[in-house]
Design a protein around this ligand. Sequence first.
Ligand code: ATP
Ligand code: MG
Length: 566
Amino acid sequence: MASTTTTETAASNFVRDIVVDDLKTGKYQGRVHTRFPPEPNGYLHIGHAKSICLNFGLAAEFGGECNLRFDDTNPEKEETEYVESIMENIRWLGFDWENRLYYASDYFEQLYKWAVQLIKAGKAYVCDLSAEEVRQYRGTLTEPGKESPYRNRSVEANLDLFERMRAGEFHDGARTLRSKIDMASPNLNMRDPVMYRILHAEHHRTGDKWCIYPMYDFTHGQSDSIERITHSICTLEFEDHRPLYDWYVEQLGIYHPQQIEFDRLNLTYTVLSKRKLLTLVQEGHVRGWDDPRMPTLAGIRRRGYTPESIRNFCSSIGVSKTNGILDLGLLEHFVREDLNRRAPRVMAVLRPLRVVIDNYPEGQIEMLEAVNNPEDESMGKRQVPFSRVLYIEQEDFRENPPKQYFRLAPGREVRLRYGYFITCTGVVKDEKTGEVVELHCTYDPSTRGGNAPDGRKVKSTIHWVSASQAIDAEVRLYDYLFVRPNPNEEGVVFTTFLNPRSLEIVYHAKVEPSVAGAATFSHYQFERLGYFCVDPDSTAARPVFNRTTALRDTWAKIEKRAKEAE
Ligand code: ATP
Ligand code: MG
């Protein structure tokens, strides 16, 4: 299509195609105005990021605007804490609603007037059926519903009762206001849906001003209309609500935005429902909404994911009309790709094994030059201290090495990264347990920087830190929160599938001194181990690191295998 020529940089998708088309036909006089409408009843998660990137992204691409609107019609579950975290997370992702912050609760008075308008037009009535009775009267997908005995109240009676509902005369659940549409409609949402319910509950913004609250369907479209939204983009479960969305704005004769539905993001080994995430927090399965194992934006951030990697992920997955479930490895792939570019390399040892270089002068410390990021020369170099006593990774030594094991072993020579060749000459064991507690080695002074002048080769390079300068650190290693690719199986409590080993804490890792004083949330690649991020629990004396992801790129492997199979 020729119409996309000006904007070919952005990945095409069907929602974007609709916008491009509407711009071409001048449907909204060249305006693009979207909104992101979270309900403040939990923290945002990676699924919301998809919606945020789509809504803010389209507005940015076409010189339009995107509003942030809190859909706060449910006073019982909503809290100011959530409002604040949502704003912080959107900003962190890199988007800005500028002066366009709205609350559905700001429209309560207008919505009330519109309800009165529908009553006067004979399109709404006060119904005295209980919630249970309303359900029974609604019918099923195969049977039509039954009309409420209160459906034909006079306009006057309805106006009077609705006013008294607002005045607080009736207890919770005693009455509702319903729209008069069609109890035989094949779409259950059109069978006289409830517009208002009575709820004597304190609202986080309107306090006790209201004791009747509008339902989502009676709020959302009209809020879009008030804000003159052009494209009201939401997830597929609202497709069946669109006729009702349209019905309200049409009956009220107000500006009509277009609702467009796209597929929800689902990821393997992950739950993305605020209700389930709340359960994880409340039942103490995680340390809070921002636990690095949580798929919340707060958790993902603390884990060390970057906003760029999430935006890249969201733009790569696109949008469609069918719900599916994506491999969590794909998200990790984008994180690695981004951190590979930006994270400085340092050396850290998670499970230290002491190594004494017997022929290295006691008390001597020399500085060795190390590259900060081989992907980016501009990140420069740093000096790493080397001395007689070092730590290496326990798993980089085997007393009886298997065939393909090329790392350190008795009598064997390996390269210390940025350092020297060392040869293992002795093994010290714990007398009681037999565990290897220390190695003795010799180094070859002529191999400084990593090459032997006589050209002899070693088969492996291992990382290390100098014992006396190393910083003691806590390192938190994460695995998938669930053991099942799909923990949302019907009929099973999802917490059944929690991974008991989703968090492993290493209390005394050793990290090279260059990381001293690193700011919270700074990223590092610990050479050969993965990407790590400074946790807010860190203190000046003792940093805490979260492993963002291991280096191994499972996704790349999956991709490679798939390509080979082609
Ligand atoms: P949940 O089911 O997780 O509680 P929700 O849809 O009730 O989510 P809202 O706060 O109402 O959460 O969502 C705000 C916006 O984000 C809506 O437009 C919704 O469609 C979108 N959204 C929520 N979850 C996802 C998801 N998994 N993928 C894409 N968009 C999502
Ligand atoms: Mg919702």
